[in-house]
Design a binder for this molecule. Sequence first.
Ligand code: HEC
Length: 310
Amino acid sequence: MRRFMKSIGAFAVLAVVAGGISQAVAHHSASMFDFSKKQTLKGKVVEMRWVNPHVTITLNASANPDEAPAEWLMETTSPGNLTRVGGWRRDVIKPGDEIEVTFHPLREADKKQGLLREMKVLSTGEVYPANIRDQEKPGLEYGWRVRSPFRLSRSLTGAIAAAITLAAAPGFAVDQPAPRDTIFARKILMGAIDMNMDEIETMLAPEGKLVLTDAEEHAETISTMLMAFPHLFPPATNQWKEGADRDPATDTFANPALWSNFADFYRRATEASKIAWDASRAKRPDEFRPMIKELRQRCNACHALNLKTE
Ligand code: HEC
């Protein structure tokens, strides 16, 4: 349990993004950001793209008083992760709002781009953290908000305890969990898979530092989660509809086609789980590395078929 909690609490940085799920922005592996530097900027929101797998915010700002304002791009984690990190919603900011962002800049200093750590809305003073690890520091209000009416507590254990309490409450007994709860559960699971994959890929990046035992723990966690994942697709959770208004933090983006070829979907999940398992048992870095490459290809291939982009 400890290991699992560590894994899901791990900081999500940006992965080499699965092909076909985000065309809008060229994403960067975490090692391209300079973690030794933290920069703060004030400016006006141009756009927040509240999309999977990663949210981006563009703002108009100048880094110093004698510089003309220009567009800066902030990259961050998924809508689901942000929602759980601390009260983010798709409508927390709109174009024109004044915000302050704290971020790690790209190493290529001429590029106006960064990995977001925190956003403050200046009109209200509200702060939205974008670093999941911050949540483990004492004193920071924890915001693993699933959706009202309940708010889960600090740890996964707390979350489970809350779920049990709710389930045991009179009048809550049901034959089947509500489809939206199942959808949320599988999104959390995928979000956690993504964070673990980010950790591994950060270690494998050109400037990363590979600690094989740590990387293998992440691979094992991914393997376990990928095994569980396809069991969270009862027919009632087939809810994606063309053109519907949906929130990527809570609504499903699973392609309805998935249910018409479930055997293929199930096989893909199982095979990817097996590759992650093998990677977790690799003896040497040169054995581990190609397996993770293969695993990333499996993520991408399954998404190309089964994950809707909008
Ligand atoms: C067997 C198919 C399959 C494999 C393999 C797979 N995914 Fe997914 N993934 C999906 C589906 C389907 C969804 C959409 C779930 C939904 O919205 O209901 C998804 C959603 C996601 C999301 C968005 C989560 C959210 O908050 O909605 C991320 C991020 C993600 N996957 C990352 C990964 C990574 C990283 C890997 C590889 C280690 C991976 N996936 C492997 C099928 C797969």
